[in-house]
Design a protein. Structure first.
Length: 320
């Protein structure tokens, strides 16, 4: 009998139902191999690059995007077009979508067609609450949800060097190694459902604060007569160095904003999730509030879809 859950049941009942699913899954998991059919939902900046790696590795991948034309290049590479009504044919469902609302809408679309023992691996960056809600909903269909947000940007997605923060059952996460290994340099199980997203939120706190400070540093260096193109190599290996610095500082110094690597609105959304999560625990994070204010102001000035490096404009314009 399927485990019946609704959002009013206690967490203990949810965990008991999840455990039953995981126990049923253990005998099934060995069927995940190179012949397993994979559905990938969301062909944005990250999803398209991740799907490309899976296709190039020779896996059977079907792709879907709200704007169908975004799938064309992937289909040319060998992907199969996916109709969401046929989602039951795919034991592994991967998703990399924009935000809580989009993931909710797509899940509602596929929910009637889901079958027991399918696994949804969500690479999207969502709020912890939404992730837990979706995982509970999936459980009513005897479907397992693994939150697996990523870090490493478009370069990491292209090169298979992402880091992945996984939340959910350890056995299921281990069973997904074939997929994870193609996409990432390492995967860490952070705990139960939602802990992957909580870890990504902490990651984005650091990235957001860094990005705004990097813009200020580049602007200050320029005012002081420094050749800002030399900042990245000069600071490489020092305490101020970081991957965001090595990516953003040269782009800010030269005002090179294409191709888009990080969208302003994406980091703004993630930072807002961090603030909402902190509020649940009555934790004050003033640096995050200030960084979010800067990003939202920049976003409202027409830079929502622009690269994060364009934040340098905001600093320069304020300084006159």
């Amino acid at each position: 009998m399927p485990c019946l859950l609704n959002f009013s049941l206690q967490r203990k009942q949810f965990m008991k139902c999840q455990q039953t699913l995981f126990e049923n899954f253990l005998s099934y998991k060995m069927n995940f191999d190179r012949n397993s059919k994979i559905a990938f939902l969301g062909m944005g900046l990250m999803g398209s690059r991740m799907a490309t790696r899976l296709i190039q590795a020779g896996l059977h991948v079907a792709v879907w995007n709200r704007t169908a034309s975004a799938c064309d290049a992937l289909i040319d590479l060998g992907a199969h077009p996916l109709q969401l009504e046929n989602i039951a044919e795919y034991p592994i469902i991967l998703s990399c979508l924009a935000d809580d609302n989009v993931v909710q809408l797509v899940y509602e679309h596929i929910e009637p067609y889901l079958q027991a023992k399918q696994v949804i691996v969500d690479f999207s960056s969502l709020s912890v609450d939404k992730t837990k809600q979706l995982a509970e909903s999936a459980t009513t269909k005897q479907v397992i949800w693994i939150d697996s947000p990523v870090s490493g940007g478009t370069a990491g997605a292209e090169n298979g060097t992402l880091v992945i923060f996984a939340g959910g059952n350890a056995e299921v996460i281990q069973a997904l190694s074939l997929v994870y290994n193609i996409l990432s340099q390492h995967v860490t199980r952070m705990g139960e459902t939602g802990t992957g997203q909580a870890t990504k939120i902490c990651n984005q706190l650091i990235v957001a604060a860094n990005s705004t400070l990097i813009a200020e540093a580049v602007a200050l260096a320029s005012k002081a007569g420094v050749d800002t193109a030399l900042l990245a190599p000069a600071l490489a290996g020092g305490f101020a160095d970081s991957k965001p610095f090595q990516i953003l500082a040269p782009r800010m110094a030269t005002h090179t904003f294409e191709p888009v690597q990080w969208k302003v609105q994406t980091l703004s959304k993630d930072l807002n999730n961090a603030i909402q999560l902190a509020q649940q625990f009555d934790l004050k994070i003033p640096v995050a509030h200030r960084a979010l204010g800067q990003l939202q102001s920049h976003q409202n000035n027409g830079f929502a879809e622009s690269d994060l490096a364009t934040v340098i404009h905001q600093v320069e314009n304020k300084s006159g």
